[in-house]
Design a protein around this ligand. Structure first.
Ligand SMILES: Nc1ncnc2c1ncn2[C@@H]1O[C@H](COP(=O)(O)OP(=O)(O)O)[C@@H](O)[C@H]1O
Ligand SMILES: N[C@@H](CCC(=O)OP(=O)(O)O)C(=O)O
Length: 373
């Protein structure tokens, strides 16, 4: 989708980062929030569906508690998030009410999107809210998410939400004017990249981490989010939230920020859900033949091509498939648990019955349950 096509956007996910929302940690920027809400209300009045992903709970909680540095322990972070989230929803709700719009708070955990049933349920609720004309405001449920089940950053969450509701566009508002050739807060010679494909290999070296101590991912997670969003065909724009009418301008196709172009066909819904899974339970190292069969021929994975098995997984869980050099090439739901997989790795499926005493599936991972990376 080129920028001029943004004028046809029907559904947009807008993500606002912590530093931006809290003026670099000084407290909620109520003037800026009022301006963003006004733009979102204008979009709604034009019939465009809007979903907001708002960070800032921890940053606002830190302000309210008078903490100078981001807390280190999980329970302190969770307590700060619980306090800060109150401020966030209050200011958004007040502002949306002024435009006669309902705001709806949704706090999600990773489990809500990794369990297929809950994923579909979250989808129905979001779509129902949209049909009611409300603006869902989403954040991670920080107070219950533990390290191993959290999204980690709201860029990823926003991309998964864009996948979930099949948005056309993801706008990530942050404290920089977009993606630069390197972190502009460190390198004054860095230049803005106006447009780039999500799979451009230069991205690996350009996008760095967050330095503000308020946000989580930096530009690295925004690039990853753009890639995830592209799996359902959504384009992503990363832009500076301080620009006047930034949301309107992006939707009008104006040249600002960085436009990440999807460069492949969107995945079907089930594969998209698979691609968005963050919790891998195990790893399989494949030989060159198996890696080729997956990547080039779109084949299912057969046990004969598996050289080694690691991690702890049960039948039906998600594992990564790596080539011999350790690069992930695919991930998918495996048909056998770890113990069985170890026994049949490198073996032909004709031997399964003799080895295991039964034959469940010929393929270790069926291609319908696999997504290439
Ligand atoms: N190549 C890059 N271009 C722009 N910003 C970058 C880059 N690499 C790292 N960054 C850092 O990413 C930060 C934005 O990410 P983050 O602090 O997580 O913001 P947010 O809270 O909006 O998610 C910038 O302030 C910048 O320091
Ligand atoms: N859920 C956390 C968001 C953490 C996060 O990803 O922040 P950011 O990098 O500013 O989008 C919060 O509300 O503080």
């Amino acid at each position: 989708m080129s920028r001029s096509e943004f004028t046809h956007t029907k559904r947009v996910v807008i993500k606002i980062g912590s530093s931006l929302l809290t003026r670099g940690g000084q407290g909620l920027d109520k003037t800026a929030i009022a301006a963003w809400v006004k733009q979102m209300a204008d979009l709604r009045s034009q019939g465009i569906d809007v979903v907001l992903v708002s960070s800032g709970a921890v940053a606002e909680g830190m302000c309210r508690l008078g903490l100078k540095a981001r807390p280190k322990t999980l329970h302190e972070l969770q307590a700060a998030a619980a306090i800060g989230q109150m401020g966030l929803v209050r200011v958004f709700d007040d502002n949306f009410q002024q435009h006669s719009l309902h705001a709806a708070q949704i706090l999600l955990t990773h489990d809500d999107l990794s369990n297929r049933k809950r994923y579909l349920n979250a989808r129905s609720t979001l779509l129902t809210l949209i049909n009611f004309g409300a603006v869902p405001i989403i954040n991670e449920n920080d107070t219950v998410a533990t390290e191993e089940i959290h999204f980690g950053d709201n860029d990823t969450l926003a991309a998964l939400v864009a996948n979930l509701i099949e948005a056309d566009l993801l706008i990530i508002l942050t404290d920089q004017h977009g993606l630069f050739t390197s972190d502009p807060s460190v390198n004054p010679d860095a230049t803005l990249i106006p447009e780039i494909s999500v799979n451009d290999t230069r991205l690996e070296t350009m996008a760095g981490e967050s330095r503000s101590g308020l946000g989580r991912g930096g530009m690295y997670t925004k690039v990853r989010a753009a890639r995830l969003a592209s799996r359902s065909g959504a384009a992503t724009v990363v832009a500076a939230g301080v620009i006047d009418d930034v949301i309107k301008k992006v939707l009008a196709g104006e040249q600002l920020g960085t436009h990440f172009l999807p460069d492949a066909e969107p995945l079907v819904s089930r594969k998209r859900w698979l691609a968005g899974q963050l919790q891998l339970k195990g790893q399989l190292i494949l030989d060159a033949g198996a890696a080729y069969a997956l990547k080039s021929d779109g084949k299912s994975l057969l046990s004969i091509g598996v050289k080694s098995v690691s991690g702890q997984f049960e039948r039906g869980e998600l594992v990564a498939c790596l080539d011999e050099s350790g690069v992930e090439i695919a991930r998918g739901l495996i048909n056998y648990g770890k113990t069985e997989t170890q026994l049949i790795a490198g073996k032909n499926s004709a031997e399964f019955e003799a080895i295991l005493g039964y034959l469940d599936d010929m393929a270790l991972i069926h291609r319908d349950n696999m997504v290439l990376i």
